[in-house]
Design a protein around this ligand. Structure first.
Ligand code: GTQ
Ligand code: FE2
Length: 348
């Protein structure tokens, strides 16, 4: 039995630490904040700068060596381990004609939003899913996937993953596919062709393929049709303009358990009201130019740029153009927060 000197608190604090204990009264302020304080900071990445870096390595780093040639978008406040916002990652992946990235799977959920290129597909659990600019492709956690480029142009897409959350939860698993490349076992693009109608779900498909990812690709043509069809007769949200969430056709909810993907149109002259939310999000500009104002600071974005807004920062979006729409793709961790009862927002 150890004895401690009851006359000296300092010695007792040291002994407390040796015994694997700590005084809550010295930690309260850090452990129970009045409100969230993000380690991540708001940040804007300019596409031309990232593209130049990506193409440099496309010319001299083989896909065999790189496995996946991805330029990570690292938040200045989240460098170790690197992440883009607290629970989410963004990267720009380059695939050159003739290349294929080895088949693998991971528990992290992933998607790709295509920026440029054609003639590319990803085989997802045996289904070849073709992609074109503006398409949203899903790879839910633990689905096998390998990328193939059979076209002639440089392909670049935005990767979104939730590995920062998965790793924080210490639930990360990764596996290489035994033969390197999956042989197709399903008709090409079958999940998209059967499921994209949204209001007409094929009953016999219920539960297959993996219920987590019923649609392989949300094609840009469908997305653009939705944006165009409400263009002139809906005001949308005062904060976000006309905004749609990509939906899982069976549940009507977010496309991945931890990630909500959205597309929004800011009309010419749109000036969004400010809001803040516990969810963190990352946005990719499909077209147009505008500004996101975060905590009073302006970040001016243009085509293909990416910006990150960590949770609980007040932000607003605007499109200063008098004639051009702005269209933005974004993804957030809102479903994860909602599932845990932690989603809050404050509307300005
Ligand atoms: O394309 O499978 O950006 O596994 C990071 C991890 C992309 C991918 C990333 C990945 C992938
Ligand atoms: Fe992957």
């Amino acid at each position: 039995m150890t004895t401690i000197n009851a006359d000296s608190d300092d010695q007792v604090y040291e002994e407390m630490s040796r015994r694997g204990a700590a005084p809550l009264w010295r930690h309260l302020g850090n452990l129970f904040l009045d409100e969230p304080k993000s380690a991540a900071v708001p940040h804007l990445w300019k596409y031309p700068e990232l593209r130049e870096l990506a193409l440099h390595f496309a010319g001299r780093l083989s896909i065999e060596e790189a496995q996946r040639r991805v330029i990570m978008l690292v938040n200045p406040g989240l460098q170790d381990p690197p992440a883009t916002v607290n629970t989410l990652f963004a990267g720009l992946q380059v695939l050159m004609p003739g290349e294929q990235a080895p088949a693998h799977r991971h528990t992290a959920n992933a998607f790709r939003f295509i920026i440029e290129g054609s003639g590319v597909y990803t085989t997802v659990d045996g289904e070849r899913v073709h992609m074109n600019p503006g398409d949203l492709l899903l790879t839910a956690g633990w689905q096998w996937h390998d990328h193939h480029h059979e076209g002639d142009d440089v392909t670049i897409w935005l990767d979104g993953l939730d590995y920062p959350l998965v790793n924080m939860l210490e639930c990360g698993f990764f596996e290489l596919f035994p033969d390197g490349v999956q042989a197709p076992t399903e008709p090409d693009d079958i999940s998209t062709r059967q499921m994209i109608h949204g209001r007409l779900n094929p009953v016999w498909m219920n539960g297959r393929p993996a219920a987590g990812r019923p649609i392989g690709n949300y094609p840009w043509a469908e997305t653009e049709k939705a944006l165009a069809s409400v263009a002139d007769n809906a005001d949308g949200s005062a904060h976000d303009g006309v905004i749609f969430e990509y939906a899982n056709p069976w549940t009507g909810g977010a496309v991945l358990p931890t990630i909500s993907c959205r597309i929004q149109r800011l009309r010419p002259g749109f000036a969004g009201k400010p809001r803040q939310q516990t969810a963190s999000f990352i946005s990719h500009v499909v077209r147009g130019e505008g500004t996101v104002t975060v905590d009073g600071r302006d970040y001016d974005w243009g085509r293909n740029d990416v910006f990150a807004v960590p949770g609980w920062h007040e932000y607003s979006l605007s499109n200063a153009s008098a004639s051009q729409d702005a269209v933005i793709f974004s993804y957030s961790n809102e479903p994860a927060l909602r599932a845990l009862g932690l989603y809050r927002e404050q509307l300005g």
